[in-house]
Design a protein around this ligand. Structure first.
Ligand code: LLP
Length: 433
């Protein structure tokens, strides 16, 4: 459920006409709903009621500080994967004591920054990282609370680019090496091993792989305790899928029940890192139709949004439902169109042969489910602006990211001195003749 609905024939974001925002900020733009963010966070958190737990929102899904501040107020912590995301989370009011630092390639500089800030937990993913963190923490005279991320070798049955829990994936410590790495970690200075972490992939639409991975993790916790480790935290990652099209992912309640079943009586604090589930359906991307081009075999709806604004269809063949901002009439003719952007490559295609009601040049359309991995993955490819992001709250809205115009992007670029200086051939010459 979200809060983007038609009222009197027009699309609203909560109580704001989407067309009014378009008039104010220009298209394309992202639009997020506070009510939807709040609902999704609350539903997820409540599904875990009765367990000792903390939800760390995966900042990678949507790092906008307006969105993060909204979640911070609800009590969310942050799951970060870079020092940059840490800065965002802290700027949005999430204290370091509610930040978990994940990621396969944290640099020494990032580890230092995280320790200096006093983050709650660092999820270590390799032996070299473990040793580097130990040296850094010892040299700073602090102790790093760590969970070790293990790779359970379970197929999450999701798109191959977002599967992370198979032994062939780069993530986590191989299952076979887990016990020895825990033993090694326990002996290192500057390290306090608090827990086990796991994350098997994103956009999971079935509980079976979750159950398999979590059951393995539970077994590991018991084995580790038997070996003398004081395991206090189990970090169960993120990955719960959302409906983009016909998917029917498990509800947070079903997920919560499975977690409680598998982790019953484990005596650990449970950590969760949901991203998409919280913000995916809390955002739309609004765009204008530039042209409707009728070809011989196909018709093309050419938009002012492109793959640089929303790369998911090009990168993962992802489906995003596209709806006209003016509500179609029930009996309207539907015809197949390719929905494309203006970028000069065929990959800049949002949908092929999608059945759409007739829309004309100038009309507004909205991509649903664009609140996760949308704006955060955008770029300025083809000399395009980074588009504005707007957060709606009831009848109010605020621009939470301004348009970054190409002039500002160009501000960081320079013509090198050797080109700026006059070339020998340009030296003034004596007039001849
Ligand atoms: N925790 C870790 C360690 C992760 O790697 C991820 C996502 C999450 C949590 C959050 O997963 P979520 O609940 O959002 O599924 N760009 C891709 C998704 C990449 C996910 C990467 N890791 C997409 O657009 O589908």
């Amino acid at each position: 459920m979200d809060h983007f609905n038609y009222r009197n024939g027009e699309l609203y974001a909560e109580d704001v006409r989407v067309a009014d925002i378009a008039d104010a900020v220009g298209t394309p733009f992202y639009c997020y709903s506070t009510a939807t963010l709040t609902r999704h966070y609350t539903v997820f958190d409540e599904a875990l009621a009765g367990t000792d737990h903390q939800v760390y929102f995966a900042v990678k899904a949507n790092g906008n500080i307006g969105v993060l501040a909204t979640l911070a107020q609800l009590g969310a912590g942050a799951d970060i994967v870079s020092a940059g995301e840490m800065q965002r989370a802290i700027a949005a009011g999430i204290p370091a004591s509610k930040i978990v630092f994940s990621g396969v390639g944290k640099t020494a500089g990032e580890l230092k920054a995280a320790l200096a800030a006093g983050v709650h937990q660092i999820n270590v993913e390799s032996q070299p990282e473990l040793h580097s963190l130990s040296e850094i923490a010892a040299s700073m005279g602090v102790t790093a609370p760590i969970a070790i991320r293990v790779n359970p070798d379970v197929d999450a049955k999701t798109h191959k680019k977002i599967t992370t829990g198979l032994s062939e994936n780069k993530f986590g410590i191989a299952w076979e090496q887990a016990e020895s790495v825990f033993a090694e970690a326990a002996k290192l200075p500057g390290i306090d091993v608090v827990g086990v972490a796991v994350h098997i992939g994103s956009q999971l639409t079935d509980l079976t792989p979750y159950r398999a991975a979590y059951t393995k993790v539970r077994g590991l916790v018991e084995t580790l305790r038997g070996q003398g480790h004081d395991i206090r935290v189990v970090d169960l990652g993120g990955g719960l899928g959302i409906p983009y099209d016909a998917e029917n992912p498990p509800s947070p309640a079903e997920y919560g029940r499975m977690v409680k079943e598998v982790m019953d009586g484990i005596g650990c604090k449970l950590a969760f890192e949901p991203g998409r589930m919280i913000c995916g359906n809390a955002g739309i991307l609004v765009s204008s139709v530039v042209y409707l081009k009728k070809g011989v075999d196909r018709s093309f709806l050419i938009l002012d949004a492109a793959m640089n604004d929303l790369i998911r269809p090009a990168m993962y063949d992802a489906h995003h439902t596209v709806i006209p901002v003016n509500e179609p009439h029930p009996g309207d003719n539907m015809a197949p169109v390719d929905i494309v952007g203006p970028i000069c490559e065929s990959g800049d295609t949002f949908a092929r042969e999608r059945l759409m009601p007739a829309v004309e040049a100038g009309a507004l359309v909205a991509f649903r489910s664009a609140g996760a991995y949308g704006a955060v993955m955008s770029s300025t490819y083809n000399g395009r602006d980074l588009i504005p992001e707007v957060l709606v709250n009831g009848a109010d809205y605020a621009v939470v990211a301004e348009r970054l115009r190409i002039e500002s992007v160009m501000d960081r670029e320079r013509v090198p001195e050797w080109l700026a200086a006059p070339l020998p051939g340009d030296m003034p010459r004596e007039a001849s003749g």
